[in-house]
Design a binder for this molecule. Structure first.
Ligand code: FAD
Length: 455
């Protein structure tokens, strides 16, 4: 009988242990289930749905090169897979492990009606297996990374299966276009189409391009005006490339890539955190934040809107937020500055920021997003202190963001270097907003709020 391969955020053929295991057994029925019914912390965001559309298209095309194809079905995973098993005579489902709480619930449901085999391969080491000497999971990144490094390198990545046998007849499939994953009116995805090629081939191209410059990563990664990072986050999130593939390709590139590999380690770390604390995306981990005096009400709503639209009057923040809206991605240094600005300058709950990023990032990832927002807020198990308040204007100068600002905030394009980070009233072009709050006043307000929260 055929074997079902249940694809989720692992949309690749190479180094895909579930596909390899199933292909070794006999005919394979590859399926992707669009499940908008199983409750999640939030519905899949708009930018993610855009990416998913093209990634599924690409997966189907590469499967067809192997004589196979991708079956698309919509509904609750367990119901859909049970029905598909009945139609095809399959009794086994193979899939890769995922750690979002809703996926783990879905796995329980599927396991009740079918034999579900879960394989590893989306992280450098299986989450939950990197533990202290006494067998406890780590809560802090640095010791986690030290312990994980000792287990590296990850296993050699596997090639695509030579052969994927087709079942005698193919079950029916939905049409991808009917799923409505792409925006219609207005079409906000133009900047995303220009920048990304979702799918396994696109991921390979990005990885190849990055390998040549990986040894410069450490010196360049904090400069938003330079393309100094890998741009792999969307591809890694959707599993179009495995972290083991990234590791082996970069580690053999020569030069120091330790800092880069440590960032891939943050991705593993984040999964380990949500495995311990599944509601990390919707709850601060520290008690001080239970009654934090976040601003709310009309004025705070207006400030939130200004932040989302890139109209705060702080050029580095505005450039980042516009880059995000336009391309579905933001440079990591600027993500930190923009997140800190929302939480500390505007005193708005980090969960509002997490929600906006969730909807607009092509790499929106439950674990990585929550871990980074809580890190910035100071509310996480491992985090920056709340009272360490980033000064956006000096960050902008320090990391040489002038060209980046000119690109994303064209109103400021003609200003001299000395003014572009911080256009005073004399230089501020018409149409560019004044600062919504002064840095010093914001700082004092944030520190007072912290004192109040501490009780
Ligand atoms: P590179 O610098 O080339 O890093 C390589 C890979 O390592 C990335 O693709 C990513 O998979 C991983 N990585 C790097 N930094 C981190 C990090 N701090 N935490 C976890 N993984 C990391 N990253 C996401 O993938 N999804 C998110 O939803 C997300 N939300 C974030 C929210 C905030 C507030 C902040 C400050 C950071 C967030 N990040 C998130 C982390 C980071 O900004 C992005 O992973 C990175 O900018 C992606 O670009 P890159 O692929 O060029 O990264």
């Amino acid at each position: 009988p055929p074997v079902i391969v249940w694809f989720r955020r692992d949309l690749r053929l190479s180094d895909q242990a579930a596909l390899a295991a199933a292909a070794a057994l006999g005919p394979v029925v590859p399926v992707y289930v669009l499940d908008d019914e199983t409750p999640r912390h939030r519905a899949m965001g708009g930018a993610s749905r855009w990416w998913l559309h093209y990634s599924l298209e690409s997966l189907d095309a590469t499967l067809r090169e192997k004589g196979s194809r991708l079956i698309l079905r919509k509904g609750k995973c367990e119901d859909v897979l049970a029905a598909l098993a009945q139609e095809t005579g399959a009794s086994q489902v193979h899939a890769l492990h995922h750690y979002e709480p809703w996926w783990r619930n879905a796995e329980k449901g599927v396991g009740k009606c079918l034999t579900l085999h879960l394989h590893h391969g989306n992280y450098l080491a299986p989450p939950g297996t990197v533990t202290t000497g006494s067998g406890n999971p780590y809560k802090i990144y640095t010791p986690f990374w030290r312990a994980l490094s000792e287990r590296m390198p990850p296993p050699e990545p596997q090639r695509r299966p030579q052969k994927i046998a087709a079942p005698d007849s193919w079950p029916a499939s939905d049409k991808l276009d009917d799923w409505g994953l792409l925006p219609t009116q207005p079409d906000w995805a133009g900047g995303m189409r220009d920048m990304w090629e979702p799918g396994e081939d696109g991921a390979k191209k990005r990885l190849r391009a990055f390998v040549d410059q990986a040894s410069r990563y450490e010196g360049q990664r904090n400069l938003p005006a330079v393309e100094g990072t890998s741009f792999l986050s969307g591809h890694l999130h959707f599993g179009e490339v495995s972290p083991a593939q990234v590791w082996h390709a970069t580690a053999s590139a020569g030069g120091s890539v330790a800092t880069f590999l440590g960032e891939i380690g943050w991705r593993d770390y984040a999964q380990n955190v949500i495995l311990q604390l599944p509601d990390y995306g919707s709850r601060s981990a520290r008690d001080t934040f239970d009654n934090f005096p976040w601003r709310s009400g009309k004025e705070a709503q207006e400030d939130l809107r200004a932040w989302q639209k890139g109209r705060t009057g702080y050029p580095i923040v505005d450039a980042g937020m516009r880059q995000l809206w336009h391309t579905g991605w933001m440079h990591n240094r600027v993500r930190m500055i923009a997140a800190s600005f929302l939480i500390k300058h505007l005193l708005i709950d980090w969960q509002e920021g997490e929600r906006w990023f969730w909807d607009t990032l092509v790499d929106a990832d439950y674990a990585s997003n929550a871990v980074n927002w809580q890190w910035t807020a100071g509310s996480g198990v491992d985090s920056n202190m709340f009272v360490r308040i980033m000064a956006p204007l000096s960050q902008s100068e320090k990391f040489d963001a002038a060209a980046y600002i000119r690109e994303w905030v064209p109103e400021l394009a003609d200003l001299p270097d000395a003014e572009v980070h911080d256009p005073g009233p004399m230089y501020r072009p018409k149409g560019y907003p004044a600062r919504i709050i002064e840095h010093r006043a914001a700082r004092e307000r944030a520190l007072a709020a912290w004192e109040k929260a501490k009780g």
